[in-house]
Design a protein around this ligand. Structure first.
Ligand SMILES: C[S@@+](CC[C@H](N)C(=O)[O-])C[C@H]1O[C@@H](n2cnc3c(N)ncnc32)[C@H](O)[C@@H]1O
Length: 661
């Protein structure tokens, strides 16, 4: 079989497709309806906890389920999905396949195709990149070939009479390549990865940009769910296919949104604008993590999707501020006097070493689960940096020290991990010794440090978001997390400890009683339509009012939150980074005042309790509310009013408001 197949015009098949806006959009508008997948599969690791058809979470079960047997939440899911599972031959895949979700998704798609589709470069309009992928690297080619062999073997044993089998594995290879090129990872509301899905042209023809004007979200709901968070499926597709800027007549193929293979259920995808988009402008989403520096993004896009990104962010000259910050490492020469020495030579080496050290630490934490050791190791690299010796010169050996800039992408990853590692330390302490006061105080303090890291992460990401607005989804998530940490801590029953010791600490009240008189965040958030409000008031004003307000309030608690943590104490303010120059370096003790030193060194734990005042509790609560409201507004813009993140914010703010333990 030829690569471009029989009877097709090669030129036509090899055209690069893209999607363009049918009309003008403001940021925060759905530009597609919820689109059903044409093929999808859960990851092996969640097969026993999630419905294989709609991806919703199953109630916990004690029954032993054999590996790779799909489970369903309802008869509707069973009848929608089970026949395909049986006919696609996926149960005949060798049990040794590592994670077979790619192969299962490919087998399901294959099942609905004619045995010899006319083209292997595009199948059902979707680009396979087969030729590029199989000629790019021997490893990728081998992986595709092995997968194709396993798929062909499974199909062969299903059709014992070998009916419809071709001699080679080209079709299997092409479909597997299509999955690699077009599949997206499906995540639940908490960001947990559940599996992969492939959508029809209306989504799959959207190209990538590192400064995209659109993002996507998933709608996962069980057919029997009574939840009110159903997506509005009445909206229409408001983007059109185009070839090099010219609208093309393929529109007919994208008008249907039910999934062209007849799936009635499955994780739906919705595309939404995150910037203003003019009619006719290309709509792009991101295929990669936008908080990675340029070199990492480019390398991932090249190896996975076979293209070199030339978007505005990648081709900016000089490199954008955000991309410089994400990889900024300061170099300090500890014992070498020659100024002619080229530090850059060692910078790449240092980056690699720091990367593998952090990667190992985080992987170890996720697998072994030792949060204390993880915190110690990550903070040591953040504080002390990495020393590289062995620099030979005419003056002898030298020692260089490399430190991550606080916005370095590895530092941002470290803040995320430290937030959860400190939180786990706190619950471990409470679970072990719930009755011992010292342990409760320690648990409170580790939670305080966790909240401080989440605030620093939100502040740092916000700083980058101000220069690169497509980072809105990260900003929404990090502000929400920071808000949740602070509000939870302010509501915590651990404050009773200080009351017990005779410190008058009143409980925090309802959200409404803490309405801020200086900003209108709560009104904007409470308005039925946040978005039209946000647009009217002008989003930039909302952001700057929020930052003014939250900075003023945080100034009253930051030292308290950061206390006792060497790295956090370096930051005088988690939102003001103007003091960080290009060649930044820090002296951890520089910002610590006498009061702070006393706090760390002096007296018994009861003596220290005087720092935990009702004013601090209230400020903490109010900062938390501000972060949640702002995170909720951002979430609304990038995910929509009924999205899981917006609902989560609402639940924290109002759902459990009356429950103050
Ligand atoms: C999901 S498809 C997108 C639609 C595709 N352009 C088409 O013609 O069908 C992904 C593939 O599109 C191409 N692509 C996507 N974004 C691109 C970009 N920014 N620059 C160059 N090629 C891109 C790459 O070949 C990639 O593997």
């Amino acid at each position: 079989m030829s690569m471009t197949g029989v009877g097709g015009k090669q030129e036509e098949m090899e055209m690069e497709m893209e999607m363009r806006a049918k009309q003008d959009f403001d940021s925060g508008q759905d530009i597609t309806p919820p689109i059903l997948p044409i093929s999808f599969s859960l990851y092996d690791s969640v097969l026993s906890s999630h419905c294989s058809s709609c991806f919703s979470r199953l109630p916990p079960t004690v029954a032993h389920v054999p590996r790779h047997v799909p489970l369903y939440c309802s008869p509707a899911c069973y009848s929608s999905h089970s026949p395909l599972h049986s006919s696609s031959a996926e149960s005949l895949l060798p049990p040794t396949c590592p994670d077979s979700s790619d192969l299962r998704t490919a087998l399901r798609l294959l099942q609905s195709l004619p045995s010899t589709p006319p083209h292997l470069h595009r199948i059902d309009g979707l680009l396979t990149n087969h030729h590029m992928l199989t000629s790019s690297s021997p490893e990728v080619a081998a992986k595709i070939r092995q997968g194709a062999i396993a798929m062909a073997a499974a199909r062969k044993s299903r059709n014992r009479d070998n009916e419809g089998q071709s001699d080679g594995f080209l079709l299997e290879e092409a479909v597997l390549s299509l999955i690699i090129t077009n599949a997206v990872e499906v995540q639940d509301e908490s960001g947990r990865s559940l599996g992969i899905a492939v959508y029809d042209l209306s989504f799959s023809w959207i190209n990538h940009s590192c400064s995209p004007n659109a993002c996507y979200r998933f709608s996962i709901s069980s057919p029997h769910a009574t939840s009110s968070f159903r997506e509005d499926s009445s909206s229409t597709l408001r983007i059109v296919p185009s070839v090099s800027g010219e609208e093309c007549d393929a529109c007919g193929c994208v008008e249907h949104t039910k999934g062209n293979k007849g799936y009635e259920l499955g994780p739906k995808i919705i595309v939404r604008s995150i910037k203003r988009i003019r009619k006719g402008e290309e709509v792009c989403v991101s295929y990669t993590d936008l908080l990675q520096p340029k070199a990492m993004r480019q390398s991932e896009l090249r190896s996975k999707y076979q293209f070199t990104c030339s978007c505005s962010r990648c081709s900016a000259s000089p490199t954008t501020y955000v991309d410089r910050a994400l990889e900024e490492i300061s170099t300090c020469n500890l014992s070498f006097s020659s100024s002619s020495f080229d530090h850059n030579l060692y910078r790449d080496e240092a980056s690699k070493r720091v990367y593998s050290y952090m990667d190992e630490t985080i992987t170890e934490f996720l697998s072994v689960g030792d949060p204390e050791s993880c915190c110690e190791k990550l903070e040591s690299i953040l504080n002390l940096g990495l020393h590289i010796e062995q620099v030979e010169s005419k003056d002898g050996k030298s020692q260089l020290n490399f430190k991550l800039h606080p916005f370095h992408h590895l530092a941002l990853n470290a803040y995320t991990t430290l937030t959860s590692a400190y939180r786990i330390c706190s619950s471990d302490l409470l679970a072990l010794h719930p009755e011992i006061d010292e342990c409760q105080l320690k648990a409170f303090d580790t939670n305080r440090t966790s909240a401080a890291y989440s605030l620093l992460l939100a502040g740092a990401t916000h700083h980058l978001f101000c220069s690169e607005s497509s980072l809105i989804a990260s900003a929404a998530n990090f502000w929400t997390n920071a808000g949740e940490s602070l509000v939870t801590l302010a509501r915590s029953s651990l404050w009773n400890l200080f009351v017990k010791w005779g410190f008058p600490i009143s409980e925090v009240s309802t959200i409404a009683k803490h309405k801020c008189s200086k900003c209108s965040l709560m009104d904007i958030f409470d308005a039925k339509s946040i978005l039209s409000q946000a647009q009217r008031v002008n989003f930039e004003h909302i952001s700057s009012d929020f930052l003014d307000c939250v900075s003023n309030m945080t100034a009253k608690i930051w030292r308290f939150l950061a206390r006792g943590c060497h790295y956090l104490e370096i930051f005088e303010d988690p939102f003001d980074f103007r003091w960080l120059g290009q060649s930044w370096d820090f002296h951890a003790d520089a910002n610590r005042n006498d009061e702070d030193s006393k706090f760390i060194t002096e007296g018994s734990y009861k003596h220290q309790a005087q720092w935990y005042t009702k004013e601090r509790r209230i400020h903490m609560y109010e900062v938390g509310i501000h972060c949640l409201l702002y995170g909720g507004i951002l979430a609304h813009i990038c995910y929509g009013q009924n999205s899981q993140l917006s609902t989560h914010v609402l639940n924290i703010l109002y759902g459990v408001d009356s429950i103050v333990h």
